[in-house]
Design a binder for this molecule. Sequence first.
Ligand code: DAH
Length: 342
Amino acid sequence: MNSKVEELKARFQEQMAAVQDAEGLEKLRIAFLGKKGFITDVMKSMRDMNEEERREMGKYMNEFKGEVTRQLAEEGKKLQQKIEAEKLKKDVRYDISLPCESPLGTLHPITIVQRELEEIFSSMGFAVEDFAEVVTEYDNFEAVNVPKHHPARDMQDTYYLDNGELLKTQTSAAQNFILRKYGAPCKAIFPGRCFRNEAVDASHETTFFQMEGMMVDTDISISNLIYFMKTMLSEVFQKDINVRLRPGFFPFVEPGFELDIQCPFCGGVGCATCKHGGWIELCPCGMIHPNVLEMGGIDPEKYTGFAFGLGLTRLAMMKFGISDIRYLNSGNLKALDQFRTL
Ligand code: DAH
């Protein structure tokens, strides 16, 4: 009787050693533990044994069944681990525990300055807005008081689409949208990418960034404009900045100004950055023209406001001491990687 069990045990071990995969293991399980398996067969045959034989056989068979079940489970686990290890070998993309092989990216210098300005203006209660890069002629020109055939359009030639729309030449193109969206009072900044037909050189690019801002309320005056500009620039350069206004012409503001800052690098004595003049032209601005307010659905008799158009690209170049604007769009990692802040 024992010899029958011994033979079964030997057969099981032999077949177990030959198991290659999960399918083979399942076959082995069925062969021994299945309804018509060896162990079940022996158990059934125990009906014909006498009491003593049955007890003895039952003991052996229970032990054997327990051993078979244990070995099958153990082998199953091993096979599963093998499958997973092979899958990992083939599919390393999904192994997040592997060390990173590519270097970390960095923020672009313009993005760094833009985010800094957004934070400064948000802290002063300004909303941060966005606008399209492809705009209508109306938004880019008419709505900011530059009618068709106005000579101011000559300085802002750009890329026109077949449908008459164009790549925006100035963030001022969003002024109408912002005025209509917020009505009065309104405090918003709206950075954006601008495009112009330029002869490219160290300080001119066909693609550049500006950051426009507007504040509209009752009794807004030039002193409000100066206050916000000074506060913002002092934050950017982390020191008190002197500003001065010179008259400047822009059709959408009246009066219009060029805002200069006293050179933050030499304190106004004269250096390469300020071209030895002590002052740097940085931010055209002015009091919003009544026509612009009116086209934005705001009553110019009741409300006034200021607007400014900061050259974001220019500011980034100044802040980081970048001498050639062409680096910024070049995708040259050697150049851009120097501004790593993370
Ligand atoms: N949009 C003007 C430009 O690109 C800059 C500008 C000037 C914006 C005066 C303004 C402003 O909001 O008041 O040349």
